[in-house]
Write a new protein. Structure first.
Length: 333
């Protein structure tokens, strides 16, 4: 099989011919049709994840099962599936024993199995989710990390009917979060520092767009504040500023990797009973929900598509901040 391989950190990924994988008990082999790319791929590229080299990247894979290992009973050859990050827990830790293997601290993932930037991918059957009919591989792929992450963040923000949700950071994750919030019926505010994005954000479903200057929190407060803020920005300064725009009892859910420590006003935290929460990929039902919304056309990622041969170009464009929203590597049918 042809695959992109990280052979050295901070260097171009190499295209190599590797042996075709064979499934062991409980495993499947997937012919990859599309593989999404996100900021976490850059962390892997720079050696920030503890990835052992050489390694095949790609943690937003979508394709068709071509081979089953022994004991796989709930999937079949030909199934359209994607693979999420934590594929299988250890089975023995408190998370696994309480029925939450996705929280297992020693769970197996693409980092141990090999990723989706390849023609074939080996995965645990327990880490696969069916792709709904009518949803393309290209649109499905980003749902297995970006979509899953923002849907978990939205649910962990615990929005109530009639509450107002704001999205801060309208890039690869944020533009999906905006659509998901609107799809579940919340008044949804987009907060951006780029005035030229306003029309685009309205088209994505924003009820209002707040164009912020140096003080993002003040701009959002002046616009009425928010009960829930989904923050996908990497700016610690913006996250701290946004916290000050929460209404009483409000929740800020952080989904990004800040570029420094977060400093929040403890008086606002205490007196207003506001909360700062962290979230990543959580309940399996969150993934099912975002896939269902995507299949219904209520959430559609904006993507730039690249063939596997141009994967380094896509990675460089993402790192330079030139990727408008999401990148997807498309494999030949």
């Amino acid at each position: 099989m042809r695959a992109a391989v990280i052979t050295a950190f901070n260097a171009d990924w190499e295209l190599k011919d590797l042996p075709d994988p064979r499934p062991g008990p409980g495993q499947v082999v997937i012919r990859i049709r599309a593989s999404g790319m996100c900021g976490t791929d850059l962390h892997a590229h720079h050696g920030h994840l503890g990835l052992k080299l050489p390694a095949v990247p790609g943690h937003e894979p979508a394709g068709e099962i071509v081979e089953l290992g022994a004991g796989v009973l709930d999937l079949k050859v030909g199934d359209r599936v994607g693979v999420f990050w934590n594929q299988k827990g250890c089975g023995r830790c408190p998370s696994c024993q309480s029925g939450q293997p996705w929280r297992c601290p020693s769970g197996q993932s693409w980092m141990t199995m090999g990723g989706g930037d390849s023609e074939l991918m080996l995965a645990w059957a327990s880490g696969c989710a069916l792709i709904p009919d009518g949803l393309s591989f290209e649109d499905a792929a980003p749902m297995f990390c970006a979509g899953y992450t923002v849907m978990s963040g939205l649910r962990n923000g615990d929005p109530k009917p009639g509450e107002r949700l704001a999205v801060v950071g309208l890039g690869g994750l944020g533009h999906i979060a905006l659509q998901a919030s609107k799809a579940v019926g919340l008044e949804t505010i987009a907060v951006t520092g780029q005035a030229d994005k306003k029309a685009d954000l309205v088209a994505l479903g924003a009820d209002a767009v707040v164009v912020a200057g140096d003080d993002l929190g003040a701009a959002l407060r002046d616009a009425g504040g928010a009960d829930v803020i989904l923050s996908t920005t990497n700016s610690a300064k913006q996250i701290a500023s946004a916290f000050g725009a929460l209404r009483q009892g409000g929740r800020l859910v952080n989904l990004g990797v800040p570029d420094g420590p977060l400093t929040v006003d403890t008086r606002a935290l205490m007196w207003g009973q506001r909360q700062l929460r962290g979230s990543s990929q959580d309940e399996r039902s969150d993934l099912y929900e975002i896939l269902t919304l995507a299949a219904a056309g209520k959430v559609k990622p904006r993507i730039e598509v690249y063939p596997l041969a141009r994967i380094n170009e896509a990675r460089a464009r993402l790192e330079a901040g030139k990727m408008r929203y999401r990148a997807v590597v498309q494999h030949a049918p």
